[in-house]
Design a protein around this ligand. Structure first.
Ligand code: ADP
Length: 633
């Protein structure tokens, strides 16, 4: 089976290799870049929406806790103004005797205990503390001049004094609420309540809330994280710092800025702050980011800021980013695998189609060839039939020719046969007449001799007629023949012609069994020897050589004479029917043709040689029955 090679020709190398090389070179970096890019987008989106969600939640928390701070502060708002109602206070301010002072001290002490404020005290219009709830303490405010305090300055002008500061006496932080005490429309003194708001801080810490409150100067006055306390949330100039230091509002504490690593404003009142990690407490932690949401506390110049840590959100966003990158990598891998699979399938499909095409082409060709072969087979068959018919016709013609040849030979021989038969008949007539006479004379022995001679003559005549009959009979292609017997029979048929000449016969052949009908072999030999005798009729010393030899499973008999030979022209037509050089009725020109046909019919051959020394040699080759059984005669 041979397929069309063009069907399987590979693509041009330059066209097949280059895109693959380019793909292999650029695809991995591209996929990695896309992974990183998409991962970052995933991270960013997750963080963005996370912050937004946190922001919404934080806003509620901010509102809640800011209100808590506001309510904590507003609890004490009216406390200083209540002192106007207490008659002992204006009395003291009008007449600051020790008795009045003690009365007010006791009153303030009790009021302070009940209201759970830090301290309540009353100042005159010069800023000196006239009475205080902590009059018993060593660091009591009593007699102290606090006219430099801003809340005093506001209150003495009739404005509400609100102030966060660190006490100059004991360095304790507190929220001061001041109120100008009026009598008949005139400020006679100032009442102050100092409140501690640290409880708020403790509450935030317990609730694990990160928050702080910054005052009008931007200084953190309350913070869930003590480290942030008294830090500035806005940048402070040296001038402002000095001013604040001089006011002793924050006592002598250094006012540093709260310095975040990064600050990003997301919306009004919403910032993203990043602080360095506390390396001592959390050595493994990264920098800490917060969502800072700020709101002004009503009735104060303060801001409440709620800090929501973003670590969890960040971690979540990183995970989301990694997830997106991994999902993309998986998707890319699946896409590549699918593409490769598709290509493999396409290649297989193409190969299968090519194979099918080749197969169908092959089948078409086989069908065409088969049809051709069938047609030529039919032609061959019809030729064989014609050949057989021709052979049959030829064989029948040959048989007819053989028969005709025989009849012709009989015709030819009839004269000599008649002569041959007449001679013994005449002799027999004479002998029989003599025998009668000898019997009458009683010469029995002579009569007996004559009768014996007559017997011999009858035998001879019988032989002549028998050979003639056998010659005339139709033979067949089958059967076996003895070469010796055939030669004898032929010589007997030709007996008269042989005996009338001084012929010398040289018999140098073996009595082999040949694969030919006995009669046919005799016919061939009669023809060959008869021709030789004809050729030697002018030869004074005629000689006939019958020489045999085995050759290639056949027996080759040479019939050689020393006759006149055959001239060059006659040699060309020897085996043609009716070719003869013999004058008149002597030759029919069928002998050699028939002999060659008979030899060929048994698988043998008849040929001719022309010896240099003269004469003619006919070579008869016939198949042996058993090639090794030949014995010389
Ligand atoms: P016919 O004997 O009737 O002529 P053949 O076929 O037997 O026919 O022979 C054809 C011719 O071949 C003969 O006429 C003769 O001229 C020639 N020929 C055959 N045998 C010999 C021979 N032994 N020597 C010379 N000529 C021969």
């Amino acid at each position: 089976m041979k397929c069309d090679p063009t069907l399987y020709r590979a693509a041009e190398p330059s066209l097949a290799v280059k895109p693959r090389l380019i793909r292999h070179l650029f695809l991995p970096p591209l996929i990695i870049a896309l992974m990183v890019g998409l991962g970052f987008i995933g991270f960013w989106t997750s963080e963005h929406f996370g912050i937004r969600s946190l922001g919404e939640n934080g806003q509620r928390q901010l509102e809640l806790h800011a209100r808590a701070v506001e309510s904590e502060i507003s609890k004490y708002t009216y406390l200083p103004s209540l002192l106007e109602l207490e008659t002992s206070v204006p009395q003291l301010l009008a007449d600051p005797t020790p008795e009045h002072r003690q009365t007010v001290n006791d009153y303030l002490e009790g009021l302070n205990r009940r209201s759970r404020s830090r301290a309540i005290y009353v100042m005159d219009t010069t800023g000196r503390v006239m009475a205080t709830s902590n009059w018993r303490d060593v660091d009591s405010y009593l007699g102290e001049d606090l006219s430099f305090r801003a809340y005093f300055k506001d209150a003495v002008r009739g404005q509400p004094g609100r102030f966060y500061g660190i006490g100059s006496t004991n360095g304790e932080p507190g929220y001061y609420l001041a109120h100008g005490l009026e009598e008949h429309g005139k400020i006679i003194g100032v009442a102050v309540v100092k409140v501690r708001l640290e409880a708020m801080e403790e509450r935030w810490q317990r609730a694990r809330l990160e928050a702080f409150v910054s005052d009008e100067n931007g200084i953190i006055i309350l913070s869930s994280d003590p480290a942030r306390r008294l830090k500035s949330v806005i940048p402070l100039s040296d001038e402002v710092k000095e001013k604040l230091a001089r006011s002793l509002q924050y006592y002598w504490f250094p006012l540093n800025e709260l310095q975040p690593l990064a600050r990003e404003t997301l919306a009004e009142g919403v910032e993203k702050l990043t602080f360095p990690a506390n390396s001592e407490l959390q050595p493994d932690e990264d920098d800490i980011s917060y969502l800072a949401q700020t709101r002004l506390l009503s009735d104060t110049p303060w801001n409440f800021t709620l800090l929501t840590p973003l670590q969890d959100l960040r971690r979540e966003a990183i995970n989301q980013g990694i997830l997106v990158a991994v999902a993309f990598a998986l998707f890319a891998f699946l896409l590549i695998a699918w593409n490769e699979r598709r290509k493999v399938l396409a290649t297989r499909l193409a190969a299968r189609e090519a194979l099918q095409e080749a197969n169908s082409q092959l089948e078409r060709r086989i069908t065409e060839r088969t049809a051709d072969l069938r047609a030529s087979n039919e032609r061959l068959k019809s030729q064989i039939r014609e050949r057989r018919q021709a052979e049959e016709t030829l064989r029948r013609a040959q048989d007819e020719l053989v028969q005709a040849g025989k009849l012709a030979a009989i015709g030819q021989m009839s004269t000599s046969i008649a002569h041959e038969l007449n001679q013994p008949l005449a002799a027999m007539r004479t002998l029989s007449g003599n025998t009668v006479r000898f019997l009458e004379r009683g010469q029995l022995d002579v009569a007996s001799t004559n009768l014996k001679t007559i017997n011999d003559l009858i035998d001879r005549m019988g032989r002549i007629t028998a050979s003639l009959r056998s010659f005339a009979r139709r033979g067949d292609n089958k059967g076996q023949a003895s070469l010796g017997k055939a030669v004898d029979a032929a010589l007997q048929v030709l007996g008269a012609r042989v005996e009338n000449t001084a012929l010398q016969i040289h018999r140098q052949f073996a009595d082999v069994q040949l694969l030919i009908d006995q009669t046919r072999l005799e016919q061939i030999l009669v023809n060959l020897i008869g021709n030789a005798l004809d050729a030697m009729h002018a030869q004074p010393q005629p000689q006939l050589w019958l020489e045999g030899e085995e050759f290639n499973g056949k027996y080759r008999l040479r019939v050689r004479d020393n006759g006149h030979g055959i001239d060059a022209e006659a040699r060309k037509h020897l085996f043609e029917p009716f070719f003869t050089t013999k004058p008149g009725e002597q030759g029919l020109g069928l002998g050699l043709t028939l002999s060659a046909s008979l030899a060929a019919a048994t698988g043998g051959h008849l040929g001719v040689e022309h010896p240099a020394g003269g004469g003619t040699t006919f070579v008869l080759s016939l198949p042996l029955v058993s090639p090794l059984s030949a014995e010389p005669i």
